[in-house]
Design a protein around this ligand. Sequence first.
Ligand SMILES: Nc1ncnc2c1ncn2[C@@H]1O[C@H](COP(=O)(O)OP(=O)(O)OP(=O)(O)O)[C@@H](O)[C@H]1O
Length: 240
Amino acid sequence: MIQLDHVHKQYGGRIAVNDIHLTVPSGKIFGFLGPNGAGKSTTIKMVTGILPIDSGSITINGKDISTDTIAAKHEFGYVPDSPDLFLRLNGIDYLHFIGDIYGISADDRTARIEEYAKLFSIYEALSDQIKTYSHGMRQKLFITGLLVQQPSVWILDEPMTGLDPKSSYQLKELMRQHTAKGNTVFFSSHVLEVVEQLCDEVAIIRKGEMLFHGTLPEMREKFHSDESLEHIFLELTQDA
Ligand SMILES: Nc1ncnc2c1ncn2[C@@H]1O[C@H](COP(=O)(O)OP(=O)(O)OP(=O)(O)O)[C@@H](O)[C@H]1O
């Protein structure tokens, strides 16, 4: 479970996230939506401890990211929207680095690397430097790292971007299996068809303000609409 309590963030004088209160429950796939510049990545970077919070608090499985940072970081895994990191490492070195950080045993890590790198068709490329990977391959390597770590909470920023249809399907299946075991998946996306098909709950943010948080049936009831998520999203986020 992820809990955001009155979280606020400004860049200079500009408010990026305004007093957000949100619970991402265990056992659910949770979609975080909003137009460009709405505050999604800023929120995700605060949840993951990459950016400091100006005010409010964030806990992951009850561990406070600001005051109990290391413990909180052991609760989640994160796949960034721009996986352009550790470029001089080989894929396999990156996966062992993740295994070392999170104390994954040699047997578990070998089995997981083999299973998931093969599932995402990057096994053959693991001895190459990450800088030679395409965007989609980098994305899949970071997802494989998440699966080597196997944390209870998955935080994914635009995870489907750059994935081919088969990999996107595999990731969606893994998200479903993970939450079916009582774990948490929190991801941002612009692909509303995927969100509509996959998510148990959604939150919509615009200009740093939370516009809606709940299930899709609750959204339809609240906005008196039988329309698609895309239609409701466009209505909600259009400039007044
Ligand atoms: N490092 C920064 N310095 C100054 N302003 C920033 C910075 N990062 C983001 N912002 C501003 O904060 C606001 C929220 O940006 P954020 O990246 O969180 O949006 P987003 O919802 O993730 O957008 P996108 O869908 O385009 O990725 C925007 O107005 C953006 O210009």
